[in-house]
Ligand binder design. Sequence first.
Ligand code: XUL
Ligand code: CO
Length: 430
Amino acid sequence: MTDFFKDIPQISYKGPDSTSDFAYRHYNPDEILDGKRMEDHLRFAVAWWHSFAWPGGDPFGGQTLERPWFGDTMELAKLKADVAFELFAILGQPYFCFHDLDIRPEGKDFAESTKNFEEIVDYIGQKMDSAKTKLLWGTANLFTHRRFMSGAATNPDPEVFAYSAATVKTCIDATHKLGGENYVLWGGREGYETLLNTDLKRERDQAGRFLQMVVEYKHKIGFDGTILVEPKPQEPSKHQYDFDVATVYGFLKDYGLEDEVKMNIEQGHAILAGHSFEHELALAASLGILGSIDMNRNDYQSGWDTDQFPNSVPEVALAYYEILKDGGFTTGGTNFDAKIRRQSLDPEDLVLAHVGAMDVCARGLKAAHAMLEDGGLENARAARYSGWDSVSLLEGSLDDCYDHVMSKGINPEPRSGAQERLENYVNRFV
Ligand code: XUL
Ligand code: CO
């Protein structure tokens, strides 16, 4: 045991009337919704990078957080893992997620970085043997080190492509070894700054082949987790090839991967793309590629990726509504890709950020479930499209539509979309 979280109790469900900071008021893992435990619906994960590796910097200032495990040695990486599993025990969430760089010190070359990585993966594996926490997904950090500044898969230098592919191989191996349920690719540097130096077609083809290689490798080693791509429109690159769900779906179709790869959709990325979170989720669901979510929120004034913990029940309720309507998570889950604010220095801040977020998500899930049970939105939607039940226009032609209008003297009457009534309806539940 380290003493990092000393005096912080294990968090448990105490009910909505509890006034304790260190209690769940809504997240009740064993509560059954639609025949399934709440824990199995939400499948919460802690993100190693924000919770244990992030030093608190912003564009104007460096480290604010002081952590006894900061530093580039194997001993400190193990201390970081010890503290991570202590947080998992306090929260009782079922999953975690990591990048290679979050858990191991960078070596002097690829071989040393890989050796460090494999040793820490084994260390984490041993800790998992006696903990209830499992791996939701692993991923490779192909964006922080300067070698990736011009892209990973989309780099003009083939040696960076190879380095990135070799890194992803080690990360899929580690994810497989730890029983991970998904493998994520977020293309942080897979985009460009200026078209003046960029061969856009070539870079997109490199990214397509890279993803095919990932899928081929998954099948080769028998990894049966889901491969997930995480869309984001910009930051760090000005133009990203994986802008949003629609863009990535077109990309998957181009490279024959639409049945192999699903989406990891992040709230803040959806907002940056000019969409709502529920739009991205509903679109992915309609395309059959909704996989998992990164739950966070952005600041609505600053307009950049602030990765804050969620705290709005109405927002998350609409997100979980789309997820439940799609049948719920299978291999996916709710990863808190969220960080505390840089002034939140204390160990308890890290705990309470997760506690609050888990409660907000639990309330959102309950509201979403109640709306689906009640059926108000689905009935209203069905009624709105019911005219289609009695016509077969989509099997016909322009000529058929012309005859239909002419012969029946059709003169369509506009009907109310009833948005305010539906908004009032949703507010009854959230
Ligand atoms: C960056 C982001 C990443 C991915 C994993 O905005 O969301 O943390 O989730 O690489
Ligand atoms: Co993310």
